[in-house]
Design a protein around this ligand. Structure first.
Ligand SMILES: Cc1cc2nc3c(=O)[nH]c(=O)nc-3n(C[C@H](O)[C@H](O)[C@H](O)COP(=O)(O)OP(=O)(O)OC[C@H]3O[C@@H](n4cnc5c(N)ncnc54)[C@H](O)[C@@H]3O)c2cc1C
Ligand code: FES
Length: 220
């Protein structure tokens, strides 16, 4: 069951351009990899959705790309500060996959450290726009890094169960190549639990609340 709690910030570390924000877990369940928490960003009205990146004993960690005011406020939190968190929310990845392969791009690698741990460290192919961004690959065991102008979809080995997270064009390309993949999608979210309809997306002609039916959906 998702819970809403105020937790203490345990740490904040730079990983390339991203921030790994570590929060004391308290009584929170980390959920399944691919599920997310709504994090209250100081000074912002609405919380921001973030995937669980790591769930070591006693902590939850989130890898955050500072793209706007909410994410910048989260990245500025200091150890000892307080943060409101709510989760775990949504549907994560199915873990009953034969020969799993993690395919990610940019900040889409965020759920992979936890996912990799739960799957026993499978192979991963991760794409980044620069070597600086690719520093995040250190969080994912057995990762092969692809830098632009090359794309991860050019490096996909055959006959794997693909679990993917990244920008929409990458997910669309993965979907065309591997129709049985599991894809973690993104949409702006205000509530995170199905009440506001702010995250409705059209997928294959059907309107879906991504926070309830996703964020992980089957490609086919
Ligand atoms: C289920 C889920 C899990 C996520 N996990 C992570 C994560 O682990 N790490 C991370 O850094 N980010 C993650 N995100 C994206 C993150 O929530 C947004 O980047 C953040 O809410 C932006 O807030 P902001 O105030 O910083 O920027 P804003 O000013 O709100 O937005 C900055 C720019 O990003 C666009 N944008 C904002 N939110 C989204 C979104 N959800 N999808 C696509 N475009 C968006 C805006 O249109 C704008 O162009 C996740 C999103 C979802 C839906
Ligand atoms: S974020 Fe409110 S319904 Fe999905």
């Amino acid at each position: 069951m998702p819970k809403r709690e105020a937790r203490r910030v345990a740490g904040s570390e730079q990983v390339g351009p991203y921030t790994l924000l570590r929060v004391e877990r308290g009584g929170l369940d980390p959920g399944v990899p691919g599920q997310f928490f709504m994090l209250e960003a100081p000074g912002r009205l609405l919380p921001r959705p973030m995937s669980v990146c790591l769930a070591p004993r006693g902590e939850l960690a989130f890898l955050i790309d500072p793209v706007g005011p909410g994410t910048r406020a989260l990245c500025a939190l200091q150890p000892g500060g307080r943060i409101g968190v709510f989760g775990p929310l949504g549907n994560g990845f199915r873990l009953d996959v034969e020969r799993p392969l993690l395919v990610g791009g940019g900040i889409g690698v965020a759920p992979f450290p936890y996912l990799s741990q739960r799957l026993g460290g499978p192979r991963a192919v991760l794409g980044f726009r620069s070597a600086w961004h690719a520093e995040a690959a250190v969080l994912v065991p057995n990762a092969e890094v692809v830098l632009e102008p090359a794309y991860v979809t050019e490096a996909l080995p055959a006959a794997h169960g693909v679990l993917a997270c990244g920008p929409e064009p990458m997910l669309e390309a993965v979907r065309r190549l591997t129709p049985h993949a599991q894809l973690a999608w993104e949409a702006p979210m205000a509530c995170g639990y199905g009440a506001c309809y702010g995250c409705v997306v059209e997928i294959d002609g059907a309107l879906r609340r991504l926070c309830v039916e996703g964020p992980v959906l089957a490609a086919a």
